[in-house]
Design a protein around this ligand. Structure first.
Ligand SMILES: [Ca+2]
Ligand SMILES: [Ca+2]
Ligand SMILES: [Ca+2]
Length: 243
């Protein structure tokens, strides 16, 4: 009886993993989510992801995030970092997530990767600018719960209230453009009039107009429209918005 030689085909994986998708999920928390092109689960750890405010070059402390990873053999791995609710919400600005020490089962490393995103409080529709569109969204949801960021819950406590109102008032007219080079421009076009945060009052739904505010309204027009005769000046508005 002749022996048989069984053929064994070795398939060597020499292809490094890729980052196939990345998102900043901002609706109910501030979460960055990364999907890789293949299984890299065994290599994933919280320390592989460093979040830096690229406007200030300050690293967000790792302890402010909760890390998780899912996947398995033959499955694309997903890593998420969720900014903890116990920490202040991430400050407005541009951010980059540096990803390192990620590799597939064969040891092929992910090329050094830095993924950018931006944070702008009260930008309900996430279009880089806080304007009357966002104001109308907040007004339509004021006093309601549960709501998410796109509905005016800008501090992630599920309720749209004066805290969210103040975040919007403080950022009204502010833009954060898509890349760091735009920051100077953004600052240059910031409105001269900014509400002050000095006194205490509680806006109610009744204070908001029933009709949408058109986008070309100035801040003063918007505030007069919203608050009527009792709130004719920006100064009066300023006295309204503080917690
Ligand atoms: Ca591979
Ligand atoms: Ca907006
Ligand atoms: Ca809220």
């Amino acid at each position: 009886m002749q022996g048989r030689v069984l053929g064994v085909q070795l398939i060597l994986d020499t292809t490094p993993p890729t980052l196939s998708n990345a998102t900043f999920d901002y609706l109910t928390a501030q979460t960055v989510r990364f999907t890789f092109g293949e299984d890299v689960l065994a290599s994933l750890a919280a320390g592989d992801f460093i979040v830096t405010n690229t406007d200030t070059n300050v690293v967000v402390p790792a302890g402010e995030f909760t890390f998780s990873a899912t996947g398995g053999s033959g499955v694309a791995s997903i890593a998420t970092l969720t900014h903890n609710s116990s920490a202040e919400i991430l400050a407005d600005g541009h951010y980059g997530v540096a990803i390192s020490n990620v590799s597939d089962a064969a040891g092929n490393p992910l090329a050094p990767t830095n993924w950018p995103f931006f944070v702008l409080a009260a930008d309900a529709n996430h279009n880089h600018t806080v304007d009357s569109i966002d104001f109308n969204i907040l007004a339509a949801n004021f006093g309601l719960a549960p709501r998410d960021f796109s509905q005016g819950d800008f501090n992630y406590n599920t309720t749209v209230d004066t805290i969210d109102f103040n975040l919007l008032a403080n950022n009204f007219g502010k833009s954060i453009l898509g890349d760091a080079s735009a920051i100077a421009h953004s600052a240059a076009v910031a409105p001269a009039v900014r509400p002050q945060t000095v006194a205490v009052a509680t806006p109610t739904v009744a204070m908001f107009g029933a009709e949408p505010i058109v986008n070309e309204n100035s801040l003063d027009e918007l505030l007069n429209y919203s608050y009527g005769a009792s709130w004719q000046t920006t100064a009066a508005f300023g006295s309204l918005i503080v917690i």
